[in-house]
Ligand binder design. Structure first.
Ligand code: URA
Length: 211
């Protein structure tokens, strides 16, 4: 598993405003999208392309197009939805699948409550969107789901990671798959309620309010 922390002053600035407790929801949503677009640039560094011959107004030349099958973007409901727009701004031709995974707040285990994904993901590069890699349970379940359907490579885009969650994902995935995590920060730790410290609170609630 590879972990890439986006090291850029704009990422750090946007993340700082996002973390502040009194940043209102509309600003939080806007900043999440902007941050994800910056992270998407890093996350797609190894996206598969193929060479194509084209003709400019001046001369024939060779360039690249994204390879088929198109990449699949998978926001984890609910909070991952807040990252979708930021990702598809950079990857407008990607397909989008949805996975509803919720953690049991006592056991922290992931439960699947919705799934709208192609059955066959053979040869697909998949981009999982989940803002908070906390205990790691949700992400492991999502990655397993995609790998079982044949995904060739899974890149997870998160805003924040806890070191404990990264370890869980690393141990669960091991050498059996090519998985990359792209994040804006690896924070200090998890607290006893499974929240990332210092973190930014409940990402879903901050994006969409408490329901
Ligand atoms: N999910 C969140 O939204 N926030 C955390 O800190 C941990 C998990």
């Amino acid at each position: 598993m590879r972990v890439h922390v986006a090291d850029h002053p704009l990422v750090a600035h946007k993340l700082t405003v996002l973390r502040e407790a009194d940043t209102p929801s509309p600003t939080f949503r806007q900043l999440t999208e902007e941050l994800v677009t910056l992270l998407a640039y890093e996350a797609t560094r190894e996206i598969a392309v193929e060479s194509v011959s084209i003709t400019t107004p001046v001369a024939p030349t060779v360039g690249v197009h994204l390879q088929e099958p198109r990449p699949l973007v998978v926001p984890i409901l609910r909070a991952g939805l807040g990252m979708l727009e930021g990702m598809t701004r950079l990857l407008p031709t990607a397909e989008v699948g949805f996975l509803g995974l919720q953690r049991n707040e006592e056991t922290f285990e992931a439960i699947t409550y919705a799934n709208r994904l192609p059955d066959d993901l053979s040869g697909r590069q998949c981009y999982v969107l989940d803002p908070m890699l906390a205990t790691g349970g949700t992400l492991v379940a999502a990655i397993d789901y995609l790998l079982e359907r044949g995904a060739s490579h899974v890149t997870c885009v998160t805003l924040l990671c806890a070191p404990e969650g990264l370890k869980v994902v690393e141990q669960a995935i091991g050498e059996r798959a090519d998985v990359t995590i792209v994040t804006a920060s690896i924070d200090e730790r998890l607290n006893s309620k499974g929240y990332i410290v210092p973190g930014l609170g409940d990402a879903g609630d901050r994006l969409y309010g408490v329901v």
